[in-house]
Design a protein around this ligand. Structure first.
Ligand code: FAD
Length: 402
Protein backbone atom coordinates (compact mmCIF):
# COMPACT_ATOMS: atom_id res chain seq x y z
CA UNK A 1 0.00 0.00 0.00
CA UNK A 2 0.94 3.64 -0.32
CA UNK A 3 -0.94 5.09 2.62
CA UNK A 4 -1.97 3.15 5.73
CA UNK A 5 -4.51 4.89 7.97
CA UNK A 6 -4.55 3.70 11.58
CA UNK A 7 -7.59 4.63 13.65
CA UNK A 8 -7.04 4.63 17.42
CA UNK A 9 -3.80 5.84 19.02
CA UNK A 10 -3.71 3.38 21.92
CA UNK A 11 -1.40 0.42 22.33
CA UNK A 12 -2.59 -1.58 19.31
CA UNK A 13 -2.61 1.43 16.97
CA UNK A 14 0.84 2.54 18.08
CA UNK A 15 2.35 -0.93 17.79
CA UNK A 16 0.89 -1.31 14.29
CA UNK A 17 2.62 1.85 13.19
CA UNK A 18 5.92 0.79 14.76
CA UNK A 19 5.68 -2.69 13.27
CA UNK A 20 4.95 -1.34 9.80
CA UNK A 21 8.10 0.74 9.95
CA UNK A 22 10.26 -1.98 11.45
CA UNK A 23 9.10 -4.34 8.71
CA UNK A 24 10.38 -1.84 6.17
CA UNK A 25 7.22 0.01 5.06
CA UNK A 26 8.22 3.34 3.57
CA UNK A 27 4.84 4.69 2.48
CA UNK A 28 2.63 7.17 4.29
CA UNK A 29 1.14 6.41 7.69
CA UNK A 30 -1.58 8.42 9.42
CA UNK A 31 -2.53 7.81 13.04
CA UNK A 32 -5.86 9.17 14.29
CA UNK A 33 -6.56 9.29 18.02
CA UNK A 34 -9.66 10.55 19.82
CA UNK A 35 -7.81 11.40 23.02
CA UNK A 36 -5.67 14.54 23.24
CA UNK A 37 -2.78 12.55 24.77
CA UNK A 38 0.17 10.89 23.06
CA UNK A 39 -0.22 7.08 23.13
CA UNK A 40 -0.04 5.81 26.70
CA UNK A 41 -0.21 2.56 28.61
CA UNK A 42 -3.51 1.61 30.23
CA UNK A 43 -2.66 -1.13 32.79
CA UNK A 44 -1.03 1.33 35.24
CA UNK A 45 -4.20 3.46 35.25
CA UNK A 46 -5.87 1.16 37.77
CA UNK A 47 -2.59 0.41 39.55
CA UNK A 48 0.31 2.88 39.96
CA UNK A 49 -1.62 5.94 38.72
CA UNK A 50 -4.53 5.29 41.08
CA UNK A 51 -2.31 4.59 44.08
CA UNK A 52 -0.38 7.79 43.34
CA UNK A 53 2.93 5.95 42.89
CA UNK A 54 3.29 7.10 39.29
CA UNK A 55 2.54 10.33 37.46
CA UNK A 56 1.17 10.33 33.89
CA UNK A 57 4.59 11.08 32.30
CA UNK A 58 5.64 7.58 33.29
CA UNK A 59 3.06 5.82 31.15
CA UNK A 60 3.70 7.54 27.82
CA UNK A 61 4.40 4.86 25.19
CA UNK A 62 5.66 7.17 22.45
CA UNK A 63 6.34 10.89 22.39
CA UNK A 64 4.98 12.84 19.47
CA UNK A 65 8.45 13.65 18.13
CA UNK A 66 9.29 9.94 18.09
CA UNK A 67 6.25 9.37 15.92
CA UNK A 68 7.30 12.25 13.71
CA UNK A 69 10.73 10.67 13.39
CA UNK A 70 8.95 7.54 12.17
CA UNK A 71 7.30 9.67 9.51
CA UNK A 72 3.83 9.24 11.00
CA UNK A 73 1.23 11.96 10.51
CA UNK A 74 -0.55 12.13 13.88
CA UNK A 75 -4.06 13.52 14.33
CA UNK A 76 -4.84 13.66 18.05
CA UNK A 77 -8.02 14.87 19.73
CA UNK A 78 -9.74 13.78 16.55
CA UNK A 79 -12.29 11.02 16.11
CA UNK A 80 -12.85 9.04 12.97
CA UNK A 81 -16.60 9.39 12.41
CA UNK A 82 -17.12 7.40 9.21
CA UNK A 83 -15.35 5.01 6.88
CA UNK A 84 -16.33 4.85 3.25
CA UNK A 85 -14.66 1.67 2.08
CA UNK A 86 -12.70 1.67 -1.14
CA UNK A 87 -13.44 -0.33 -4.23
CA UNK A 88 -11.79 -3.53 -3.15
CA UNK A 89 -13.10 -5.29 -6.24
CA UNK A 90 -10.24 -4.09 -8.38
CA UNK A 91 -7.68 -4.86 -5.69
CA UNK A 92 -6.16 -2.33 -3.33
CA UNK A 93 -2.68 -3.60 -4.02
CA UNK A 94 -3.13 -2.84 -7.70
CA UNK A 95 -3.70 0.85 -7.18
CA UNK A 96 -7.45 0.71 -6.59
CA UNK A 97 -9.21 3.82 -5.31
CA UNK A 98 -8.84 3.65 -1.57
CA UNK A 99 -10.83 4.15 1.58
CA UNK A 100 -12.11 7.51 2.69
CA UNK A 101 -11.94 8.23 6.39
CA UNK A 102 -13.94 11.13 7.75
CA UNK A 103 -12.68 12.88 10.87
CA UNK A 104 -14.65 14.79 13.50
CA UNK A 105 -13.38 18.15 12.23
CA UNK A 106 -14.85 17.43 8.80
CA UNK A 107 -11.51 16.63 7.14
CA UNK A 108 -11.13 13.42 5.14
CA UNK A 109 -8.15 11.15 4.73
CA UNK A 110 -7.68 8.85 1.76
CA UNK A 111 -5.66 5.70 2.03
CA UNK A 112 -5.42 2.28 0.43
CA UNK A 113 -5.31 0.34 3.73
CA UNK A 114 -6.99 0.99 7.05
CA UNK A 115 -6.30 -0.50 10.48
CA UNK A 116 -8.94 -0.10 13.17
CA UNK A 117 -7.67 -0.08 16.75
CA UNK A 118 -10.38 1.86 18.57
CA UNK A 119 -10.50 -0.30 21.70
CA UNK A 120 -13.41 -0.23 24.11
CA UNK A 121 -15.57 2.28 25.91
CA UNK A 122 -16.34 1.53 29.55
CA UNK A 123 -19.75 -0.09 29.88
CA UNK A 124 -22.14 1.86 32.10
CA UNK A 125 -25.34 0.94 33.96
CA UNK A 126 -28.73 2.23 32.91
CA UNK A 127 -29.41 5.51 34.70
CA UNK A 128 -25.83 5.77 35.92
CA UNK A 129 -25.37 9.28 37.39
CA UNK A 130 -22.63 11.43 35.86
CA UNK A 131 -20.65 11.57 39.11
CA UNK A 132 -20.29 7.78 39.25
CA UNK A 133 -16.90 6.82 37.84
CA UNK A 134 -15.81 4.38 35.16
CA UNK A 135 -12.16 3.70 34.33
CA UNK A 136 -10.84 3.43 30.83
CA UNK A 137 -8.80 6.55 30.08
CA UNK A 138 -6.05 8.58 31.71
CA UNK A 139 -8.54 11.37 32.37
CA UNK A 140 -10.88 8.86 34.08
CA UNK A 141 -7.99 7.68 36.26
CA UNK A 142 -6.87 11.16 37.27
CA UNK A 143 -10.42 12.20 38.18
CA UNK A 144 -10.93 9.05 40.26
CA UNK A 145 -7.54 9.43 41.93
CA UNK A 146 -8.40 12.95 42.97
CA UNK A 147 -11.63 11.71 44.53
CA UNK A 148 -9.86 8.86 46.34
CA UNK A 149 -7.79 11.44 48.23
CA UNK A 150 -10.96 12.95 49.68
CA UNK A 151 -13.34 10.07 50.54
CA UNK A 152 -13.73 7.56 53.34
CA UNK A 153 -15.95 5.00 51.63
CA UNK A 154 -16.20 3.62 48.10
CA UNK A 155 -18.73 1.43 46.37
CA UNK A 156 -17.37 -0.68 43.52
CA UNK A 157 -19.91 -2.23 41.17
CA UNK A 158 -18.34 -5.22 39.42
CA UNK A 159 -15.85 -7.74 40.77
CA UNK A 160 -13.80 -8.04 37.58
CA UNK A 161 -10.18 -7.01 37.08
CA UNK A 162 -10.88 -3.28 37.08
CA UNK A 163 -13.07 -3.54 40.19
CA UNK A 164 -10.41 -5.60 41.96
CA UNK A 165 -7.62 -3.18 41.14
CA UNK A 166 -9.66 -0.11 42.07
CA UNK A 167 -10.58 -1.81 45.35
CA UNK A 168 -6.90 -2.58 45.95
CA UNK A 169 -5.86 1.06 45.46
CA UNK A 170 -8.70 2.33 47.63
CA UNK A 171 -8.00 -0.10 50.48
CA UNK A 172 -4.33 0.93 50.31
CA UNK A 173 -5.47 4.52 50.87
CA UNK A 174 -7.43 3.49 53.97
CA UNK A 175 -10.85 3.78 52.30
CA UNK A 176 -13.67 1.43 53.36
CA UNK A 177 -14.51 -0.50 50.16
CA UNK A 178 -17.66 -2.42 49.32
CA UNK A 179 -17.65 -4.54 46.15
CA UNK A 180 -20.93 -5.68 44.60
CA UNK A 181 -20.75 -8.52 42.08
CA UNK A 182 -23.74 -9.98 40.27
CA UNK A 183 -22.26 -13.43 39.65
CA UNK A 184 -21.66 -15.95 42.47
CA UNK A 185 -17.87 -15.31 42.41
CA UNK A 186 -15.51 -12.52 41.37
CA UNK A 187 -13.41 -12.63 38.18
CA UNK A 188 -15.73 -15.35 36.92
CA UNK A 189 -15.78 -14.26 33.30
CA UNK A 190 -12.00 -14.50 32.95
CA UNK A 191 -11.09 -17.27 35.38
CA UNK A 192 -14.20 -19.42 35.79
CA UNK A 193 -16.05 -20.35 38.99
CA UNK A 194 -13.39 -22.38 40.88
CA UNK A 195 -10.55 -19.95 40.47
CA UNK A 196 -12.95 -17.02 40.87
CA UNK A 197 -13.91 -18.34 44.29
CA UNK A 198 -10.23 -18.49 45.24
CA UNK A 199 -9.71 -14.92 44.02
CA UNK A 200 -12.66 -13.84 46.15
CA UNK A 201 -10.60 -14.67 49.21
CA UNK A 202 -8.08 -12.05 48.12
CA UNK A 203 -10.83 -9.44 48.32
CA UNK A 204 -12.08 -10.41 51.76
CA UNK A 205 -8.63 -11.07 53.21
CA UNK A 206 -7.62 -7.71 51.70
CA UNK A 207 -10.27 -5.97 53.79
CA UNK A 208 -13.03 -5.53 51.21
CA UNK A 209 -16.68 -5.92 52.15
CA UNK A 210 -17.52 -8.30 49.28
CA UNK A 211 -21.06 -9.19 48.21
CA UNK A 212 -21.41 -11.67 45.37
CA UNK A 213 -24.57 -12.85 43.65
CA UNK A 214 -26.29 -9.51 44.24
CA UNK A 215 -28.71 -8.03 41.73
CA UNK A 216 -28.62 -4.28 41.42
CA UNK A 217 -31.94 -2.55 40.77
CA UNK A 218 -30.36 0.81 40.09
CA UNK A 219 -29.09 4.02 41.57
CA UNK A 220 -31.21 5.80 44.12
CA UNK A 221 -31.16 9.11 46.00
CA UNK A 222 -28.63 8.90 48.82
CA UNK A 223 -29.70 10.07 52.27
CA UNK A 224 -26.77 12.49 52.41
CA UNK A 225 -23.96 13.41 50.03
CA UNK A 226 -22.47 10.55 48.00
CA UNK A 227 -23.98 7.72 46.01
CA UNK A 228 -26.54 5.03 46.80
CA UNK A 229 -27.62 1.89 44.97
CA UNK A 230 -30.68 -0.24 45.51
CA UNK A 231 -30.46 -4.03 45.48
CA UNK A 232 -33.13 -6.48 44.38
CA UNK A 233 -33.72 -7.55 47.99
CA UNK A 234 -34.91 -4.01 48.73
CA UNK A 235 -31.84 -2.91 50.69
CA UNK A 236 -29.67 0.02 49.73
CA UNK A 237 -25.90 0.55 49.94
CA UNK A 238 -24.32 3.95 49.99
CA UNK A 239 -20.82 5.41 50.00
CA UNK A 240 -19.02 8.69 49.43
CA UNK A 241 -18.32 7.71 45.80
CA UNK A 242 -18.86 4.83 43.38
CA UNK A 243 -17.02 3.18 40.51
CA UNK A 244 -18.67 0.94 37.93
CA UNK A 245 -16.33 -1.69 36.45
CA UNK A 246 -18.52 -3.96 34.36
CA UNK A 247 -16.47 -4.39 31.22
CA UNK A 248 -16.22 -2.56 27.95
CA UNK A 249 -18.10 -2.07 24.72
CA UNK A 250 -16.19 -2.17 21.40
CA UNK A 251 -16.01 1.28 19.81
CA UNK A 252 -17.52 0.46 16.44
CA UNK A 253 -20.63 2.67 16.23
CA UNK A 254 -18.91 4.94 13.75
CA UNK A 255 -18.70 2.00 11.29
CA UNK A 256 -22.47 1.38 11.19
CA UNK A 257 -22.80 2.61 7.58
CA UNK A 258 -20.30 0.04 6.29
CA UNK A 259 -22.88 -2.71 6.78
CA UNK A 260 -20.37 -5.15 8.31
CA UNK A 261 -21.06 -7.35 11.35
CA UNK A 262 -20.55 -5.25 14.49
CA UNK A 263 -22.19 -7.63 16.98
CA UNK A 264 -19.00 -8.36 18.93
CA UNK A 265 -16.45 -5.81 17.84
CA UNK A 266 -14.94 -6.35 14.40
CA UNK A 267 -15.00 -9.88 13.04
CA UNK A 268 -11.64 -10.69 11.48
CA UNK A 269 -9.73 -13.52 9.90
CA UNK A 270 -6.66 -15.05 11.58
CA UNK A 271 -4.37 -12.19 10.47
CA UNK A 272 -6.78 -9.42 11.37
CA UNK A 273 -8.45 -8.81 8.00
CA UNK A 274 -11.95 -7.54 8.69
CA UNK A 275 -14.61 -9.83 7.22
CA UNK A 276 -16.65 -8.00 4.61
CA UNK A 277 -14.15 -5.20 3.93
CA UNK A 278 -11.16 -5.19 1.64
CA UNK A 279 -7.79 -3.87 2.70
CA UNK A 280 -9.04 -3.32 6.24
CA UNK A 281 -7.64 -4.83 9.45
CA UNK A 282 -8.61 -4.62 13.12
CA UNK A 283 -6.30 -5.11 16.10
CA UNK A 284 -6.50 -4.94 19.89
CA UNK A 285 -9.52 -4.93 22.17
CA UNK A 286 -11.95 -4.00 19.39
CA UNK A 287 -11.02 -6.98 17.21
CA UNK A 288 -12.48 -10.51 17.27
CA UNK A 289 -10.07 -12.75 15.36
CA UNK A 290 -10.79 -16.21 14.03
CA UNK A 291 -8.78 -18.84 15.85
CA UNK A 292 -7.87 -21.31 13.11
CA UNK A 293 -6.90 -24.03 15.61
CA UNK A 294 -9.96 -24.07 17.85
CA UNK A 295 -12.34 -23.01 15.13
CA UNK A 296 -14.04 -20.05 16.72
CA UNK A 297 -13.67 -16.33 16.92
CA UNK A 298 -12.79 -14.48 20.08
CA UNK A 299 -12.01 -11.03 21.32
CA UNK A 300 -9.10 -10.81 23.69
CA UNK A 301 -8.86 -7.79 25.98
CA UNK A 302 -5.22 -8.34 26.87
CA UNK A 303 -2.27 -6.01 26.63
CA UNK A 304 0.03 -8.59 25.03
CA UNK A 305 -2.60 -9.57 22.45
CA UNK A 306 -2.84 -5.96 21.28
CA UNK A 307 0.91 -5.99 20.55
CA UNK A 308 0.92 -9.49 19.06
CA UNK A 309 -2.00 -8.72 16.77
CA UNK A 310 -0.38 -5.48 15.64
CA UNK A 311 2.76 -7.42 14.64
CA UNK A 312 0.70 -9.99 12.75
CA UNK A 313 -1.52 -7.47 10.94
CA UNK A 314 1.39 -5.20 9.98
CA UNK A 315 3.17 -8.10 8.31
CA UNK A 316 0.00 -9.19 6.55
CA UNK A 317 -0.53 -5.66 5.22
CA UNK A 318 2.95 -5.78 3.72
CA UNK A 319 2.64 -9.36 2.51
CA UNK A 320 5.52 -10.41 4.79
CA UNK A 321 5.88 -13.74 6.63
CA UNK A 322 3.90 -13.88 9.89
CA UNK A 323 5.66 -13.50 13.25
CA UNK A 324 5.93 -16.63 15.46
CA UNK A 325 2.70 -17.68 17.17
CA UNK A 326 2.22 -16.51 20.76
CA UNK A 327 0.22 -17.65 23.80
CA UNK A 328 -2.38 -15.28 25.28
CA UNK A 329 -1.07 -13.76 28.50
CA UNK A 330 -2.71 -11.52 31.08
CA UNK A 331 -1.69 -10.17 34.47
CA UNK A 332 -3.37 -8.20 37.22
CA UNK A 333 -2.09 -6.78 40.50
CA UNK A 334 -4.52 -7.30 43.36
CA UNK A 335 -4.14 -6.93 47.10
CA UNK A 336 -0.37 -7.27 46.97
CA UNK A 337 -0.33 -10.28 44.62
CA UNK A 338 0.34 -10.61 40.93
CA UNK A 339 -2.19 -12.84 39.18
CA UNK A 340 -0.92 -14.25 35.88
CA UNK A 341 -2.90 -16.09 33.29
CA UNK A 342 -1.44 -17.97 30.32
CA UNK A 343 -3.68 -19.43 27.64
CA UNK A 344 -7.46 -19.62 27.30
CA UNK A 345 -9.36 -21.05 30.29
CA UNK A 346 -12.67 -21.05 28.44
CA UNK A 347 -11.42 -23.91 26.23
CA UNK A 348 -11.00 -26.24 29.22
CA UNK A 349 -13.49 -28.41 31.07
CA UNK A 350 -11.62 -29.13 34.30
CA UNK A 351 -9.52 -27.15 36.76
CA UNK A 352 -6.74 -28.79 38.77
CA UNK A 353 -4.55 -27.35 41.51
CA UNK A 354 -0.97 -27.73 40.27
CA UNK A 355 0.92 -26.02 43.10
CA UNK A 356 0.14 -24.59 46.51
CA UNK A 357 -2.82 -25.24 48.76
CA UNK A 358 -5.27 -22.40 48.06
CA UNK A 359 -7.99 -24.80 46.91
CA UNK A 360 -7.69 -26.71 50.19
CA UNK A 361 -8.09 -23.59 52.31
CA UNK A 362 -4.37 -22.77 52.43
CA UNK A 363 -2.90 -19.41 51.39
CA UNK A 364 -3.92 -18.02 48.03
CA UNK A 365 -0.34 -16.85 47.47
CA UNK A 366 1.67 -19.51 45.69
CA UNK A 367 -1.37 -21.33 44.31
CA UNK A 368 -1.24 -22.33 40.64
CA UNK A 369 -4.15 -23.92 38.80
CA UNK A 370 -4.24 -25.66 35.42
CA UNK A 371 -7.23 -25.65 33.07
CA UNK A 372 -7.46 -28.94 31.18
CA UNK A 373 -9.33 -30.15 28.14
CA UNK A 374 -8.82 -33.89 28.55
CA UNK A 375 -5.08 -34.16 29.12
CA UNK A 376 -4.26 -30.96 27.26
CA UNK A 377 -3.28 -27.99 29.39
CA UNK A 378 -5.21 -25.08 27.85
CA UNK A 379 -4.35 -22.44 30.45
CA UNK A 380 -2.52 -21.81 33.71
CA UNK A 381 -3.23 -19.21 36.36
CA UNK A 382 -0.92 -18.34 39.22
CA UNK A 383 -1.33 -16.17 42.30
CA UNK A 384 2.01 -14.63 43.27
CA UNK A 385 3.78 -17.53 41.52
CA UNK A 386 5.47 -15.94 38.52
CA UNK A 387 8.33 -18.38 38.18
CA UNK A 388 6.07 -21.42 38.30
CA UNK A 389 3.61 -20.02 35.74
CA UNK A 390 6.45 -19.37 33.30
CA UNK A 391 7.44 -23.03 33.43
CA UNK A 392 4.14 -24.01 31.81
CA UNK A 393 4.44 -21.70 28.83
CA UNK A 394 5.65 -24.39 26.42
CA UNK A 395 3.00 -26.86 27.48
CA UNK A 396 0.20 -24.33 27.03
CA UNK A 397 1.66 -23.27 23.68
CA UNK A 398 1.64 -26.90 22.50
CA UNK A 399 -2.03 -27.31 23.47
CA UNK A 400 -2.85 -24.14 21.55
CA UNK A 401 -1.55 -25.51 18.26
CA UNK A 402 -3.01 -29.01 18.11
P1 FAD B 1 -7.02 1.16 23.72
O1 FAD B 1 -5.79 1.14 24.54
O2 FAD B 1 -8.32 1.37 24.42
O3 FAD B 1 -6.85 2.30 22.63
C1 FAD B 1 -7.88 2.65 21.74
C2 FAD B 1 -7.75 4.12 21.41
O4 FAD B 1 -8.60 4.42 20.31
C3 FAD B 1 -8.19 5.04 22.54
O5 FAD B 1 -7.22 5.99 22.82
C4 FAD B 1 -9.46 5.69 22.00
O6 FAD B 1 -9.65 7.02 22.44
C5 FAD B 1 -9.21 5.67 20.51
N1 FAD B 1 -10.44 5.74 19.70
C6 FAD B 1 -11.62 5.12 19.94
N2 FAD B 1 -12.51 5.41 18.96
C7 FAD B 1 -11.88 6.23 18.10
C8 FAD B 1 -12.27 6.87 16.89
N3 FAD B 1 -13.49 6.71 16.34
N4 FAD B 1 -11.37 7.66 16.25
C9 FAD B 1 -10.12 7.82 16.77
N5 FAD B 1 -9.70 7.24 17.91
C10 FAD B 1 -10.55 6.45 18.57
N6 FAD B 1 -4.35 -5.75 30.20
C11 FAD B 1 -3.47 -6.63 30.74
O7 FAD B 1 -3.04 -7.56 30.04
N7 FAD B 1 -3.06 -6.52 32.04
C12 FAD B 1 -3.52 -5.53 32.85
O8 FAD B 1 -3.14 -5.46 34.01
C13 FAD B 1 -4.44 -4.58 32.31
N8 FAD B 1 -4.91 -3.56 33.07
C14 FAD B 1 -5.79 -2.67 32.53
C15 FAD B 1 -6.26 -1.61 33.31
C16 FAD B 1 -7.15 -0.68 32.79
C17 FAD B 1 -7.67 0.45 33.65
C18 FAD B 1 -7.60 -0.80 31.45
C19 FAD B 1 -8.58 0.18 30.87
C20 FAD B 1 -7.14 -1.85 30.67
C21 FAD B 1 -6.22 -2.78 31.18
N9 FAD B 1 -5.72 -3.83 30.41
C22 FAD B 1 -4.84 -4.73 30.95
C23 FAD B 1 -6.13 -4.02 29.01
C24 FAD B 1 -5.19 -3.35 28.04
O9 FAD B 1 -4.87 -2.07 28.48
C25 FAD B 1 -5.84 -3.33 26.68
O10 FAD B 1 -5.92 -4.66 26.24
C26 FAD B 1 -5.09 -2.48 25.66
O11 FAD B 1 -5.03 -1.14 26.08
C27 FAD B 1 -5.77 -2.58 24.32
O12 FAD B 1 -5.21 -1.68 23.44
P2 FAD B 1 -6.07 -1.10 22.24
O13 FAD B 1 -5.10 -0.23 21.50
O14 FAD B 1 -6.81 -2.15 21.55
O15 FAD B 1 -7.19 -0.16 22.92
Amino acid sequence: PEHVMVVGAGLAGLRTVEQLRSAGFQGRISLVGAEPHAPYDRPPLSKQILTGDWEPERIVLAQLDTLEDLGVRVHLGMEAVALRPGDGGSGWDRGAPGHELELSDGATLHGDAVVIATGLAARTLPGQPAHVYTLRTLDDALALRDTLTRIESLLVVGGGFIGAEVATAAVQRGIAVTVLEGLPVVLARALGPDVGALAGRLFTEGGVDLHTGVALTGFTEPAGPGVAVELADGTTRSADAAVVGIGGVPRVDWLADTGIDLSNGLACGPTGRIHGLDAAWAVGDVAAWDDPVHGERYRDEHWTSASDQAAMAARDILGAAPPPATVPYFWSDQFGLKIQLLGRPELADAVVQLHGTGFDGGPVRGTVAGYFDGDRLMAVVGFGAARIVTRYRMQVAEAAVD
